[in-house]
Write a protein that binds this ligand. Structure first.
Ligand code: NIG
Ligand code: FE
Length: 427
């Protein structure tokens, strides 16, 4: 008999992809769905996942353990958000209003706004201030079902300020229940003071920032904004190769605004992911499929920019590329912490099924972060990262859109969030 610290009993439905391998092609849309499901947890791990009728013969509750009745609810793996720019300061609401009045993102960037305005705000903020803002965002992520996220620097653009952002990420990952995977994105933009000498900035990224970030173990991945308005393919290659030499695994912002060979570069480098991909080329898709690079799609960003260009999600799936979904949480192009609206956009604008969207936001996202052995699905032996949703079946997560269905969240076997209910006041 297995002994559990926590049992969740009688869920209307439990839906999960099965890993650890990422789900591709036909298998991308296949979830295991169990009605009247129960889960047993011991310590940080799942002991039992299956029909309630089998629970009693396999699992018993330890004395002092907790039993939660989740009848009428749906259980899903906690979301894994594999692309966020979490530690930022300030707001770009005024730029948003300018865009609503007809200005473009590029026009605003050229007149001193855009990424560089957030860089000013981040440089001016001290570490505790940045930490408080990011902590609040992590709370919101958790309240919307996210249990792990990636977080990038990239708004410091100097050794000192990039380190400050990465130290904020480290402090938060030591204290907040949401698990954070850190990424160094020093090559997000050329800072103002280097505009006339871009090669000097790239040298600084390669020779000073990357070695220091690696020595202090402040990041696991290295990212570059590979784009005509940011860093060329050759520059991105130099930076990501330097990252690799220092043990930082590559991932990149690729083909977001133009088709520039970013996906092909990701394949050449064996990157963990290529993200955005609104303008990916046919050969880029083939190269990613061959090299096993995960496509991280961020439909919230193109929606928020009112762009007509969508990443070719169906062609990526048909080519056998593993597809993941992310918020791209950032103050300019997607200021949201919530994954559910991203799944809604993936279904309604990218042609994904609900099952595919769930897989993309859990197991495939975990794979892109190198963690699909541990998180991203509900299976015995994996980490107990679970969201309990107040819906009768998983499909309602997308169907009943625009509201938060999260009832509670379990991270590493601990109930870290429970929504306050007013049920006690019902007449
Ligand atoms: O992922 N593409 C580059 N970086 C962000 C935008 C950042 C910003 O506007 O502050 C993105 O969309
Ligand atoms: Fe981004």
């Amino acid at each position: 008999m297995l002994e559990a610290d926590l049992i969740l009993e009688h869920a209307a439905e439990l839906a999960t992809p099965v890993g650890p391998a990422p789900r591709r092609g036909q298998a991308f849309g296949e979830l295991v769905r169990i009605t009247d499901a129960s889960v047993g947890i011991a310590g940080e791990k799942l002991l039992f996942v299956g029909p309630s009728q089998d629970l009693g013969t396999k699992v018993r509750l330890k004395s002092g353990g907790r039993r939660m009745d989740v009848s009428g609810k749906t259980l899903l793996p906690g979301f894994v958000d594999p692309h966020t720019h979490l530690p930022f300061a300030g707001s770009r609401a005024s730029e948003f209003k300018m865009r609503l009045a007809g200005k473009t993102y590029e026009e605003i960037a050229h007149s001193g706004g855009g990424i560089l305005s957030t860089v000013e705000a981040v440089r001016a903020a001290d570490l505790p201030e940045l930490g408080r803002a990011a902590w609040t965002r992590l709370d919101r992520m958790m309240e919307w079902g996210t249990t792990t996220c990636e977080a990038k620097s990239g708004y410091g653009l100097s050794l000192e300020s990039e380190l400050k952002q990465l130290r904020v990420i480290r402090e938060l990952s030591d204290s907040h229940p949401v698990e954070i995977v850190p990424t160094f994105l020093g090559a997000h933009a050329i800072p103002k003071e280097h505009r006339a000498r871009r090669s000097e900035y790239i040298r600084e990224v390669v020779e000073e920032m990357i070695p220091r970030v690696a020595a202090e173990r402040l990041a696991e991945f290295c990212d570059v904004f590979c784009e005509s308005v940011a860093f060329t393919v050759a520059e991105a290659e130099r930076i990501l190769e330097a990252g690799k030499r220092h043990g930082l695994k590559p991932r990149l912002h690729a083909d977001q605004i133009s088709s520039g060979g970013g996906a092909e570069l990701a394949a050449r480098l064996g990157a963990a992911s290529a993200d955005h991909l609104e303008f990916i080329s046919g050969p880029g898709i083939e190269a990613m499929a061959r090299a096993g690079v995960t496509a991280v799609l961020v439909p919230g960003a193109s929606f928020f920019l009112r762009s007509e260009h969508r990443p070719p999600a169906r062609r990526l799936v048909e080519a056998g590329v593993a597809v993941a979904l992310a918020t791209d949480l950032n103050p300019g192009t997607c200021p949201t912490e919530a994954m559910p609206p991203i799944l809604v956009l993936a279904c309604l604008t990218l042609g994904m099924s609900i099952e595919e969207a769930i897989t993309a936001a859990t197991l495939n996202a975990a794979h892109s972060l190198g963690r699909s052995e541990v998180i991203g699905s509900l299976e015995a032996g994996k980490q107990a990262d679970i969201q309990v949703l107040d819906i009768p079946e998983a499909a309602h997560l997308v169907y009943h859109f625009g509201v938060n269905h999260v009832e509670s969240v379990i991270k590493k076997g601990v109930v870290v969030y429970e929504r306050t209910r007013l049920d006690a006041m019902l007449p």
